[in-house]
Design a protein around this ligand. Sequence first.
Ligand SMILES: N[C@@H](CCC(=O)N[C@@H](CS)C(=O)NCC(=O)O)C(=O)O
Length: 216
Amino acid sequence: MTTDAKITLFHSPNTRSTGALVLLEELGAPYELHAVNMKAGDQRKPEYMAINPMGKVPAVKHGNALITEQGAIYIYLADLFPKAGLAPAIGDPSRGPYLRWMVYYGSCLEPAVVDKAMKREQAPLAMSPYGDFDTMLKTLSDQLKTGPYLFGERFTAADVLWGLAMKWMIAFKLLPERPEFVNYMERVTSRPMFKKIEAADAKMAAEHEAAAAKLK
Ligand SMILES: N[C@@H](CCC(=O)N[C@@H](CS)C(=O)NCC(=O)O)C(=O)O
């Protein structure tokens, strides 16, 4: 598939798809935005379930290919636009760690944070996908201590994923306000593209609220 095929991002404001939108902008990628009004429950309607049977955003269509799951979407898009320099290429020594942290997010951080938020007993160490919460968090702390980004001086697509996710997780008190978390999150999310999408999301969220209110 070439970059000529149309890229569509299915997006709801102030959700996990916000980061995918920031990434498309950071990549300078051409794309079409398809808004999913979650305030009106559009994510569970047949039209959207036909696109993503999980009823979740983000989802990306590139030509006929469907890409879901943040890690896959970020890896895919950043590789598709290599000139933006947001993905270490195959053969680059950072490629392995880059993939590790792209996947760590969805396979370790999110399940750990959700278990904790729900006050669910963690599975036995050997069964738990993230081991235990404190070790999972210390591994992240250690990675961020060198900085300024996940892989030192180089800003990558993984920082878009982690920076924004840490912003909402800290805001919802799902992650502790450790200096290395807060400093990193602020450094990443103060970039102009994040501010631009934050403003666009606020506008879209108000439009979605108004449209949903009319349906009641
Ligand atoms: N595993 C998915 C999770 C996506 C997800 O949970 N998205 C939320 C928005 S933050 C959603 O679409 N929720 C709608 C719903 O379940 O009704 C990913 O990594 O992309």
